[in-house]
Design a protein around this ligand. Sequence first.
Ligand SMILES: Cc1ncc(COP(=O)(O)O)c(C=O)c1O
Length: 383
Amino acid sequence: MTHSGEKKRIYLSSPHMSDEGYELEYIKEAFETNWIAPLGKNVDEFEREFAEKIGIKQAAAVSSGTAAMHLALMAAGVGKGDIVFCQSLTFAATANPIIYQNATPVFIDSDYETWNMCPKALRRAFEKYAKLGKLPKAVIVVHLYGLSADMDEIMAICNEYGVTLIEDAAESLGSRYKGKQTGTFGDYGIFSFNGNKIITTSGGGMLVSNNAEGIAKARFWATQAREKERHYEHKELGYNYRMSNVVAGIGRGQLKVLDQRVEKKRYIFDFYKRELGKLPGIKCMPTNEWDEPNCWLSCILLDEQTRPREIIEALEAENIESRPIWKPMHLQPYYEEFDFITLQEQGSIAEDIFNRGVCLPSDTKMTDQDLERVVGVIRGLWG
Ligand SMILES: Cc1ncc(COP(=O)(O)O)c(C=O)c1O
């Protein structure tokens, strides 16, 4: 209970600084040296440490995951009128940069095995657009909720057509596909350090690649496309997307506790699986034998469409935050006019998961008692 008599709020996923105070140490150093600019030691070191941690050659720290996605599309050469195949079941920030580039998204359905891009639907999209003589400039696959997409299948199709693959790993830092960090398979990968992510810098993102030239170009665009001249010279359109040296200090500290955070997120998922998995009509989000998910959010799928709202409202009444599954892009009023490729005769798998899914609280500060509270409310609905 809080002093107002209200039960303690349980969050979906909120910022969790290290017990050791690593973040403050790095920030203090930035203050003491007056390096408060969007460049400096923390930025350089955060990029280097991050790249090393995930096993990639290059990383560019930027102001958000959305900015990283925008730069990835630019690096892929996506421009006016180009087509980009994009997973529909995702958060809007995956797709919005396609519009920033005046390109055209074509949304792709998910499958039940991964909740992510269905390789068969992707192949169908390629076949359709090849016939039209309009191959996409890039494909964006997402590792939603930290579950990895079926990368071997998706990479094989992209390679076959020679199309750039971008991975949205905003939610999957710490998730491995066949032993390798998600976000490091495609031509470019993006990560987010937004407040709800597994590690946070309050706001920030990272663009990664093994292509040093691509990352150098992205850094150039992210610093207003300033040419190497004494005066300000601009031959290209630039953006103010670099991460600040203060924020990068938080990132360096958080990176030190990433493994602990992944461990706790997996513990939370296992707890729900054990306690809720046997209730009739509840299935936990899918995990595959090749998948080591970070379990950023623990999600469940209900048999009945009326259940998610009941669960969310019952939890809210107990001051516990939960959420429906992200609403697919092809169902968003803003994106309705764009093409959507599915293998379903009616509706789609993305829509079905949206209608029947719930994201449960997955905050790494939760205690067993907090987890019991959540589970107790849901069990109560089963009578
Ligand atoms: C799947 C996905 N892509 C992209 C983003 C964008 O990241 P940011 O909020 O850092 O711009 C987010 C998170 O917000 C996300 O969940």
